[in-house]
Design a protein around this ligand. Structure first.
Ligand code: ZN
Length: 200
């Protein structure tokens, strides 16, 4: 016979769905939420539902924003002739932390992964091609893992005939590494050391 409390189990299960949260941590967090002042728990719940309701993807670059167009796309001091292509919006946060890049971004929304059924049509590649007017350089900053490299090569082949300089960030980012977790200095060096792409 089970003595589990249904609403508490539901909360534990919901928390355990989050990345990096195992069963024990979920239980600990659920207990913490139950014993925190009611106002604080409401604040947490409202932050989750409020964020989901208000935050969306920038219509131009795919970054997270609470408006139609994100603050980076709208900033006239950014260099619109250079676009840095990244896998997802978290990579923009990492790049912005490093503070070196002053161009615009384009979020692909993933990387090519035939095994998972993710082909070019599942990524925001059409949207990228629609932004090339006046663009002099595309920096491919997908992760240096198998999917990230395959995606960079695919985009390079697509963009190269269009007379646009295509560069790839340097491998200061560890091979198989994740842009999001790369420290700022390494990320700066990777951006500074970016190189034109060549046929492999
Ligand atoms: Zn944007």
């Amino acid at each position: 016979m089970s003595y589990s409390i249904a609403p508490l189990s539901e909360l534990v299960q919901a928390l355990a769905m989050l990345p990096g949260i195992g069963g024990k941590t979920a239980q600990r967090l659920a207990y913490h939420i139950l014993t925190m002042p009611a106002g604080k728990a409401d604040q947490l719940a409202n932050a989750i539902t409020g964020t989901r309701a208000r935050v969306r993807f920038c219509a131009q670059c795919g970054n997270l924003t609470d408006r139609d167009i994100c603050a980076i796309c709208e900033d006239p001091s950014r260099d619109s002739s250079i676009i840095c292509v990244v896998r997802d919006a978290r990579d923009i946060m990492a790049m912005e932390r490093s503070g070196l890049f002053r161009g615009l971004y384009h979020v692909l929304g993933g990387t090519l992964s035939p095994m998972d059924g993710i082909g070019p049509d599942q990524l925001r590649i059409k949207e990228l091609l629609g932004r090339l007017n006046g663009v002099k350089e595309i920096v491919l900053a997908t992760n240096p893992d198998v999917e990230g490299e395959a995606t960079a090569i695919y985009l390079w082949r697509l963009l190269e005939p269009m007379q646009i300089k295509v560069t790839r960030i340097a491998h200061g980012v560890p091979v198989g590494g994740d842009l999001e977790y790369t420290d700022d200095i390494t990320l700066q060096k990777a951006m500074e050391g970016r190189r034109p792409m060549h046929q492999a």
